[in-house]
Design a protein around this ligand. Structure first.
Ligand code: FEO
Length: 167
C-alpha cells in the first residue's frame, strides 16, 4: 500500500532532523578536539555516525516502500560551547526536540493508518528513551566531576572507549 503524501513529507522532515543532529554532534566533536578532550570527541563522532545511520534507516525505509526521498537543507551549527557540561545540556535539549518530532511522526502514521511506518518508528521511540537516559547519566557525572582536573581526564578516557554499533 502506498504511503500518503502527507506521511512521506513528514518522513522527509525527520530525515532532515537526523542529518541536522549528525551535523550538530560533529560540531561538538570538533569543540572537544579543540579543547583537548579526545575521548569526548570520539564519543561525539560516534554519535555523529549514529545519527547518520538513523537518517539512512529512514531513507532506506522510504525506498523500500517505493517512495522518493527529498533531502532538505541542513543548517550550520553555529553554537559556541562553554564547558563539557554546557555541551551535554544542549545535547539533552536537542534530543528532547528529536523525541517530540519522532512522537509527532508516529502520531501521523497512526492517523494515516500506515502500519509499516508505525513499526519502524517504534524502534526510534525506543532509541530516544535510551539516548535521553544516556545523556542524563553523562550530565549527572559531569556535574560531579566538573570541567578540569584528574577526574575529567579519567572520564575522557572512558568516553573514548565508545564504538559504533549498527542500528
Ligand atoms: Fe537520531 Fe539522537 O536521535
Amino acid at each position: 500500500m502506498a504511503m500518503t503524501t502527507n506521511l512521506v513529507q513528514a518522513f522527509h522532515t525527520q530525515i532532515q532532523a537526523e542529518f541536522q543532529s549528525a551535523y550538530v554532534y560533529l560540531s561538538m566533536a570538533a569543540w572537544f578536539t579543540e579543547n583537548n578532550l579526545p575521548g569526548f570527541a570520539t564519543w561525539m563522532r560516534v554519535q555523529w555516525e549514529e545519527e547518520t545511520q538513523h537518517a539512512m534507516k529512514l531513507v532506506d525505509f522510504l525506498h523500500n516502500r517505493g517512495e522518493a526521498v527529498a533531502l532538505h537543507a541542513i543548517a550550520s551549527p553555529t553554537a559556541t560551547y562553554s564547558s563539557p557540561l554546557d555541551v551535554f545540556e544542549r545535547v539533552r535539549e536537542h534530543e528532547q526536540k528529536i523525541t517530540a518530532s519522532i512522537n509527532a511522526l508516529y502520531e501521523t502514521s497512526l492517523q494515516e493508518k500506515d502500519l509499516p511506518s508505525q513499526i519502524v518508528l517504534q524502534w526510534f521511540i525506543n532509541e530516544q528513551v535510551e539516548e535521553e537516559a544516556t545523556v542524563v547519566d553523562i550530565i549527572e557525572r559531569l556535574r560531579m566531576v566538573g570541567s578540569d582536573g584528574p577526574s575529567i581526564y579519567l572520564f575522557d578516557r572512558e568516553m573514548g572507549a565508545r564504538t559504533l554499533t549498527n542500528a
